[in-house]
Design a protein around this ligand. Structure first.
Ligand code: DAH
Length: 375
């Protein structure tokens, strides 16, 4: 039989009859085993090698036991048994050696892999900065907090009751046309329609419902209107609402507080003025103007017309007024005992004015070339 050694055949089938032949056969097997050991590089090849030689049913050792030893003639059995045992010990020992080598190596390479080199330069991860709108919010909040206001926030999804009715804007009031807004699609039978708030004023109502006078709050937040985007319009923008209600608040307190804010924000030298206006939830209502901080209220700058106020010398800032007594009726305040003022500041507009930005859209585009100018 040529294919020698053959583990599937008995010794007799392979023409092995003498002790010398048995010894040389086992030596060949050992060489085969040693050669196979050279292929062991990692845990995968170690397992393959082990399975080939030691697997319970099909491993070489099992086959030698079954086909060579068990089927050996009585005259050779003792000799084959001894050779077989020696081979088994040898295989076990070598296998253990290789196992330790591979596992030790794996551990070592894991150690090198996971070792942290503290001398390597770190990766610089810039932490960014507050958006300009956030910065302006903060600036305005600081000013009002310094004169006793506290900051509250409210929901961006509102009911028509808080967004309109309780602010003295009944269902068919024409003012609603200016605030054409986004209504949410609700399942049939919903208790009330819902909309994205068109202004921060609903928080006047929510605050007074919760709190008895004195009330002094400002409400920063996002508001939404169905405006088509252009340089001065965006369907989402930002406001700060203000509300002060107490038993003795006068129109002078009102103008004093607003003037204080405007001077803090634009600089001590600006002047303010107000013009009559109309809001359903204030009476009287005013529009506050500031003398143009860019041309010193002259309308001229650099020998020409001031580009900021377009020569008008005044810049329109925001709406405000004394709280309309009708509003107190919605929150169970006694309109005979309390009085107060409210204002609604458009943050985007103020930020544009103060920082010379001519397109509101840049606030929402998140272009880092813009954002980096306001670190
Ligand atoms: N809510 C108004 C708007 O968005 C702004 C406003 C005007 C708020 C006068 C006020 C106020 O609190 O008194 O157009």
């Amino acid at each position: 039989m040529k294919n020698y050694p053959n583990f599937g055949f008995s010794l007799a089938d392979q023409g092995i009859e003498t002790q010398e032949q048995v010894a040389s056969l086992f030596l060949t097997v050992r060489n085969l085993f040693d050669n196979a050991a050279l292929e062991v590089r990692d845990e995968g090849t170690l397992t393959d090698w082990r399975n080939a030689w030691l697997a319970r049913k099909t491993g070489v050792l099992t086959m030698i036991g079954d086909n060579w030893l068990k089927r050996a003639p009585a005259s050779l059995k003792g000799h084959v048994g001894r050779q077989f045992n020696q081979l088994r010990l040898y295989v076990d020992e070598k296998f253990e050696e290789q196992r330790q080598r591979i596992e030790g190596g794996a551990q070592e390479s894991a150690l090198t892999r996971e070792c942290i080199d503290l001398s390597l330069p770190g990766v610089h991860r810039p932490i960014g900065s507050h958006h300009l709108i956030r910065q302006v919010f903060q600036e305005i909040e600081d000013i009002f907090v310094s004169i006793g206001f506290s900051v509250v926030e409210g929901p961006e999804i509102e009911t028509p009751y808080y967004n309109f009715e309780a602010l003295n804007i009944p269902e068919f009031h024409p003012v609603r046309d200016d605030m054409d807004t986004f209504y949410l699609e609700l399942p049939k039978g919903a208790k009330t329609p819902l909309l994205l708030r068109t202004h921060t004023s609903p928080m006047q109502i929510r605050t007074m419902e919760k709190q008895k006078p004195p009330v002094r709050v400002i409400v920063p937040g996002k508001v939404y209107r169905r405006d088509n985007p252009d340089a001065t319009h965006s369907f989402a923008f930002h406001q700060i609402e203000g509300l002060a209600v107490d038993t003795d608040i006068t129109f002078c307190d009102f103008t004093g507080a607003i003037e204080y804010f405007v001077r803090q924000f634009f600089g001590a030298s600006v002047k303010t003025r107000f013009r009559p206006s109309y809001f359903p939830f204030t009476e009287p209502s005013v529009e506050f103007d500031v003398s143009c901080p860019f041309c010193g209220g002259t309308g001229n700058s650099n020998g020409g017309t001031c580009s900021k106020c377009k020569g008008a010398a005044w810049i329109e800032l925001f709406g405000a007024g004394m709280v309309d007594p009708a509003v107190y009726g919605f929150v169970n305040y006694d309109a005979k005992k309390v009085s107060g003022f409210a204002f609604g500041i458009g943050i985007d507009r103020l930020a544009m004015l103060k920082y010379g930005i001519d397109d509101i859209q840049v606030f929402f585009q998140n272009d880092v070339r813009f954002l980096r100018q306001f670190p």
